[in-house]
Design a protein around this ligand. Structure first.
Ligand code: PEP
Ligand code: MG
Length: 886
């Protein structure tokens, strides 16, 4: 039969499976510490497989498991020379959760199990310490009552606090054995009152109850939410560790503590930790006693008088120091360790890789390479790419208290505070007056771009992670929270409502685009510092990666940022974003509203110089590198005036009647614009628009060349192709204009023509399309939308339900879905077969997602393209992809 329970001393074949998958992180590391000969209290791990069996067995421990557990308890009894439930020398045990990855505070723990009304007396006799025995028993009742019997913790705390008040003491340590005796009685009464049952006295019943509770805690709401945020699959389950108790609360030569081998916030190579004399583990984190520093240096740096462990327990400290160094060398990583000192004897209760800030992660990796503890390759693999985000954006000051009023999707990282405004114009007006704003919209449209630029942050109540607001905000590096369905926006009265309050225009809020939180008032932010270590790590990443990293960018500012972050070209320049600036939009509207080709050409002539100048500027910044320019993609109605005021304005300047404009708007209205007259379909209907754009690109090249600016190689990209004929016709159009401009200027220009693959048909018929394309760029935003038939702009409303019901493990607009991935792989294979020189890249939002980057590396794309602020992340993820095949 498969082994389901593992003694810490039993050997585990690491070659077969990662021990953490079976034993959980805590169990695997306890066994490892035991193997290293460190002082670990005896115990065993009930494997994660049992968690599965438990749920399959109607949330009950199978009989076979209870039998195996009994056997293991006997082994602990032998080892400790104590007996479980014994009336002379009782064995007490701890029961702790331990999943594959640590989920701090998410699941349950029970200490001092095995105490009852009789064993507590035995413990008292044995230790000659009545206070300790009673204190341990009340802690057990409290934990068991809370975790297993479901009584809220505050009920117990209230009893203790009231008692302390009547006794006139402040600290728990001021209570003696008699006090605890009385409180134990009160606790038991509380339990009887709430559960109608007596507190269990049978130690085996206690043990089964505790183990079951730990398994059940895998599915508490908080654990589920944590798993969702951290993308931890629900089927991993948790292991349970059962271990002999050691006591840090038996007197003043006892202690308990937590220590990191390096500073988890800064990465500094100094022990960083806290301990408490005469206490048990939970006291350190509970906050009712202030823990003390581990080292003299630590307490001096913090200007604290209370003695450190190095001073109060010097011998034990030296032993601990040796073990910490040994553990760090062994695991080659910063460790987060829990220990207990029982009567001057040190016991190790846990070690794990310490959670750290990204700043600290980068510093520790670089330092460990310098210390020759790890290789560059290991350093690269250590850093979670997504966490680098926090190094690139301002973050909220963790020390400040916050009133969170709603949460949405963390669409674009960083934090920002400002007065709320409900229109782009107002954001711009206040920006001109040097006032910070948060632009609040139900959803944004390209017309809001100026306001999005002017605002410090963007908040929408609708739209997913690839909605307009999300994509544009990420591109701009603006913090954005999208799809906040908990707020109800009322444009008319200029306010939004949450379930509890009304927030009006002008009120100040803070949004945290990294967590999706909306907070009332202004919260100070901490500015990012891109240290030397950060660029060193990215430099190492560049040595390993095979994928090139480009950026999605259309403004000089974003392009400059991207190049500074290491972009190796532009993978997507969305030209329509250039149409919205003031001075141009009117001509764009004129072009759309024109009834004759002559009128349209007239308007296009006015737009041409603007586009050309934009291109010149961008090409200059990216000189020497490839730049993919996409011809006009979105449906034309997006550019049309919407409000009455705008319609009048346009009518006046175009010398048309309001009525004529309204008729045209009606004509252009589409029921499903995302599947309507957009992309190359516009080029087919109105070739003169694409002709103007091509002319702008080629003339920009010519003018830069004349000014001796090192050229770029333009890659002209035709969007939304689904058939061979479309690309054939439009490629001819590009070539025609290129030839014209070359002839007019007597200059030879290099350029490529290619397409986006963003429709399933295009992927399936990629061989046909590749006959006419120099490159493919996978537009996975639209490809995901069209493969699933799920609107990228509306999915925010129901995707959560899909994730909760485990239909999607993760939002397919964030991380590439298997089915969409198969289409990408198919098109890659078919395309390359047809055209060996075909260049392949991705420019959907997935281009900045580490998991999707692994996929792109695996199928052999040439590059990924992402928004400027994700470039460092993509560089690191691409290196990791080259180093491991996920
Ligand atoms: C895409 O569809 O993936 C893409 C990059 O184009 P857009 O987001 O502009 O539709
Ligand atoms: Mg698209």
């Amino acid at each position: 039969m498969e082994k389901l329970i593992f003694n810490f001393k039993s050997s585990f074949s690491k070659t077969k499976t990662n021990p953490k998958h079976i034993l959980g992180g805590k169990g695997a590391n306890l066994a490892e510490m035991e193997r290293l000969g460190l002082p670990v209290p005896p115990g065993f791990t009930i494997s994660t497989k049992v968690c599965d069996l438990f749920y399959k067995n109607k949330k009950k421990l199978p009989k076979i498991i209870t039998r195996l557990i009994k056997k293991e308890i006997h082994l602990i009894e032998k080892n400790t020379k104590k007996k479980f439930g014994d009336l002379k020398n009782p064995l007490l045990i701890s029961v702790r959760s331990g999943a594959r990855v640590s989920m701090p505070g998410m699941m349950d723990t029970i200490l001092n199990l095995g105490l009852n009304d009789k064993t507590v007396l035995a413990l008292e006799k044995k230790t000659l310490n009545p206070r300790f025995a009673k204190d341990s028993y009340r802690r057990f009742i409290q934990m068991y009552g809370n975790v297993v019997l479901g009584i809220k913790e505050y009920n117990f705390e209230e009893i203790i606090e009231n008692y302390k008040l009547t006794k006139g003491v402040i600290l728990d340590t001021d209570l003696d054995a008699d006090d605890w005796e009385g409180l134990i009685k009160n606790f038991k009464d509380l339990i009887k009152g709430k559960t109608k049952k007596k507190f269990p006295q049978d130690v085996n019943e206690q043990l089964n109850g505790a183990i079951s509770a730990v398994f059940l805690s895998w599915n508490t709401n908080r654990a589920k939410v944590y798993r969702k945020i951290n993308q931890i699959p629900a089927d991993w389950g948790t292991a349970v560790n059962v271990q002999a108790m050691v006591f840090g609360n038996m007197g003043n030569n006892c202690a308990t503590g937590v220590v990191f081998t390096r500073n988890p916030s800064t990465g500094e190579k100094k022990f960083f930790g806290e301990y408490l004399i005469n206490a048990q583990g939970e006291d350190v984190v509970a906050g009712n006693r202030t823990p003390r520093h581990i080292t003299i240096k630590g307490r001096l740096d913090a200007n604290v008088k209370e003695l450190s462990m190095e001073e109060t327990l010097p011998k034990v400290y030296l032993q601990l120091k040796k073990i910490l160094n040994q553990l760090e060398k062994h695991y080659k990583d910063m460790q987060d360790v829990e220990f207990t000192v029982e009567n001057n004897k040190l016991w190790m209760l846990q070690t794990r890789s310490g959670k750290r800030t990204s700043k600290s992660a980068v510093k520790i990796s670089v330092d460990m390479v310098k210390e020759k503890l790890i290789s560059k390759k290991e350093a690269i693999l250590r850093i979670e790419p997504n966490t680098l985000d926090t190094l690139l954006h301002p973050t909220l000051d963790e020390k400040v208290k916050k009133e969170v009023i709603a949460s949405g999707l963390p669409a674009s990282p960083g934090a920002a505070s400002g007065k709320i405004v409900f229109s782009a114009d107002e954001a711009e007006r206040l920006n001109n007056m040097m006032q910070d704003t948060i632009l609040v919209r139900i959803e944004t449209s390209p017309e809001d771009i100026h306001g999005m630029h002017a605002a410090k942050g963007i908040l929408t109540s609708r739209g997913g992670m690839t909605s307009h607001a999300a994509v544009v905000a990420r591109g701009m590096g603006r913090p954005c929270v999208s799809g906040t369905s908990q707020i109800d926006i009322d444009y008319k009265n200029k306010l939004f409502k949450t379930s509890e309050q009304i927030v009006k225009e002008g009120d100040i809020i803070t949004i945290d685009g990294s967590s999706g939180k909306i907070i009332l008032g202004e919260i100070p932010t901490v500015k990012p510092e891109i240290s030397g270590d950060f660029s060193k790590v990215l430099g190492w990443a560049d040595e390993f990666r095979k994928l090139k990293i480009r950026t999605n960018s259309e403004t000089p500012l974003d392009t400059k940022t991207a190049r500074d972050f290491g972009a190796e070209g532009i993978g997507l320049c969305r030209t329509e974003h250039m149409f919205f600036d003031e001075g141009r939009i009117l001509h764009v509207r004129q072009m759309i509203l024109s009834k004759t080709i002559a009128d349209r050409n007239n308007a296009l002539d006015k737009i041409l110089p603007y586009q050309k100048n934009d291109f010149k500027e961008i090409f200059k910044i990216m000189s020497g590198l490839p730049v993919t320019v996409r011809l006009l993609d979105p449906p034309l109605h997006e550019f049309l005036p919407k409000s009455e005021k705008e319609i009048i304005e346009v009518a006046n300047s175009l010398k048309l009647t309001e009525e004529e404009i309204k008729i045209r708007i009606n004509e252009l209205h589409e029921h499903n614009p995302m599947l309507g007259h957009r992309g190359c379909r516009l080029g087919i209907s109105y070739p003169e628009i694409y002709e103007m754009q091509c002319r702008a690109i080629f003339e920009a090249l010519v003018e830069n060349k004349k000014q001796k600016i090192k050229s770029i190689i333009p890659e002209i990209m035709i969007p939304l192709i689904s058939s061979e004929a479309e690309i054939r016709i439009l490629k001819e159009l590009v070539i025609k204009i290129a030839n014209k401009v070359q002839k007019e200027n007597n200059i030879k220009l290099d350029y490529l023509v290619g397409t986006m693959i963003e429709l399933p048909r295009a992927a399936i018929r990629a061989n046909d399309i590749a006959k006419h394309a120099d490159f493919f760029s996978f537009g996975t935003n639209d490809l995901t939308q069209t493969t699933f038939g799920i609107s990228r702009d509306d999915s925010g409303k129901f995707l959560n339900d899909y994730i909760e019901n485990k239909i999607f493990e993760i939002d397919p607009f964030i991380s590439i879905d298997k089915g969409v991935g198969e289409l990408v792989a198919l098109a890659t294979e078919k395309g390359r077969k047809q055209n060996k020189k075909l260049k392949l890249g991705i420019c959907g939002e997935h281009g900045g997602d580490p998991k999707s980057i692994h996929f792109c590396a695996r199928i052999g794309l040439n590059y990924v393209s992402c928004s400027p602020f994700r470039i460092p992340i993509a560089r690191l993820a691409a290196a990791q992809a080259a180093l491991i095949k996920k």
